[in-house]
Design a protein around this ligand. Structure first.
Ligand code: XUL
Ligand code: CO
Length: 435
């Protein structure tokens, strides 16, 4: 350990389900084999730098509560102190990955060039730390939503100078992501959306966003970045309406701009809830469309109607999440990023460790339940039985025929549908045996 922020806490160990230690893994056992693969390699956990280290604990009614030794975050010495604490947490948790926005890791300077100098100094500092560690970079991204220059959007800004600033920012962040061996590069819309149509030319803004994302892909190929480009859907907040509303909307956008084979999706549980979907709906949609990439794992409050970014703690929900991920073939370059933050009263360094330990355990339990359901095969057998009619030669031939041919078969009485039970309760009971 290099910093005293976590009071030299020892690495958290797997102690098994009966351990009563407050800081032990009861279910997350990195080397345990699940469906022929190590648990660590299935889950691919990442710590989110922003919530865990950059967020100061403010809310719309009150300022910072955390008062970390590296707050306020306006100089390089404190940025390095923050990095020291962050890498200590990565070591304590033994996580394989972390993620950042440029703005989380470096102080903003008075000019673009000054901010970039700070950024490069920190990326060098990270690179040095990463040489002797297992923790790698899952993804990098640019914060193009906090500073006032982004208030009317980045690539969708009515001012072309902001588009240019966004392009230069993303170029620098992609370069740094590649330098640190990042496995993906993420673009979350942030303020790519609008407050009112009264001042918004939506068609033009979408074209600019489509061109911008094409520039990202062109640049990826130019520099030979081998990671995946990911877009992260969210329906609203901070914009009243965000263009990357949900998985289906993003897919339509990617197709419209010729990007459906170049870009995949980073899906977030809380964003799915805000869009009126379950998380597994978003994952299954992306998988069906061939654009599933990675997840931001958190949990939303079902009552509050805003993005609460809580650490996951509900095993049945998480089990269905990983069920659909396993069904989709698991993660390739993606992983499970904890885009989750403490509650603002959780002041102690140990709260930050406990939040991650609990979340990793919940995900491990969810993964084990999902794998057990897949191995048992009950849900898949029910699906096969429900769609069995489609496996007949007559049904397949129908898909190749036309309305007139189908009409004749129905009209002659050859076809007469017999409603059958969907068996939802039986299937729900089945899932409850595993969670
Ligand atoms: C915002 C959000 C972001 C993205 C990265 O709601 O989830 O943290 O994951 O910009
Ligand atoms: Co996110």
């Amino acid at each position: 350990m290099t910093s005293s922020f976590f009071a030299d806490t020892a690495p958290v160990r797997f102690e098994g389900p009966d351990s009563s230690s407050p800081l032990a893994f009861r279910h997350y056992n990195p080397d345990e084999m699940i469906l022929g693969k190590r648990m660590e390699d299935h889950l691919r956990f990442a710590v989110a730098y922003w919530h865990s280290f950059a967020w100061e604990g403010g809310d719309p009614f009150g300022g910072p509560t955390f008062e970390r030794p590296w707050h306020p975050q306006d100089d390089m010495a404190r940025a390095k102190r923050k990095a020291d604490a962050a890498f200590d947490l990565f070591d304590i948790l033994g996580v394989p990955f972390f993620c950042w926005h440029d703005a989380d890791i470096r102080p903003e300077g008075p000019t673009f060039a000054a901010s970039l100098r700070n950024f490069h100094e920190i990326i060098d500092y990270f690179a040095e730390k990463m040489e002797h560690r297992k923790t790698g970079l899952l993804w990098g991204t640019a914060n193009m939503f906090s500073h006032r220059r982004w208030m009317a959007g980045a690539s969708t800004n009515p001012d072309p100078d902001v588009f240019a600033y966004a392009a230069a920012t993303v170029k620098a962040c992609m370069d740094a992501t590649q330098r640190l061996g990042g496995q993906n590069y993420v673009l979350w819309g942030g303020r790519e959306g609008y407050e009112t149509l009264l001042n918004t030319d939506m068609g033009r803004e979408l074209d600019h966003m489509g061109r911008f994302l094409n520039m990202v892909v062109e640049y990826k190929h130019k520099i030979g970045f081998t990671g995946t480009i990911l877009v992260e859907p969210k329906p609203q907040e901070p914009s009243k309406h965000q263009y990357d509303y949900d998985a289906a909307t993003c897919y339509g956008f990617l197709q419209r701009y010729g990007l459906e084979n170049e870009v995949k999706l980073n899906l977030e549980q809380g964003h799915a809830i805000l869009a009126g979907h379950s998380f597994e709906h978003e994952i299954a949609t992306a998988a069906a469309l061939g654009v599933f990439g990675s997840i931001d794992m958190n949990r939303n409050d079902y009552q509050s109607g805003w993005d609460t970014d809580q650490f996951p703690n509900m095993v049945p929900e998480v089990a269905l999440t990983y069920y659909h991920i396993l069904k989709a073939g698991g993660f390739d370059t993606g992983g499970t990023n904890f885009d989750a933050k403490l509650r603002r009263q959780s002041l102690d360094p140990e709260d930050l460790i406990a939040a991650h330990v609990g979340a990793m355990d919940v995900c491990a339990r969810g993964l084990k339940a999902a794998a057990a359901m897949l191995e048992d095969g009950g849900l898949e057998a029910a699906l096969t039985a429900r769609y069995a009619g489609w496996d007949t030669p007559e049904a397949q031939a129908m898909l190749e025929s036309d309305f007139d041919a189908i009409f004749d078969r129905v009209n002659s009485g050859e076809i007469d549908p017999k409603p059958r039970s969907g068996q939802q309760e039986k299937l729900e009971n089945y899932v409850n045996r595993f969670v």
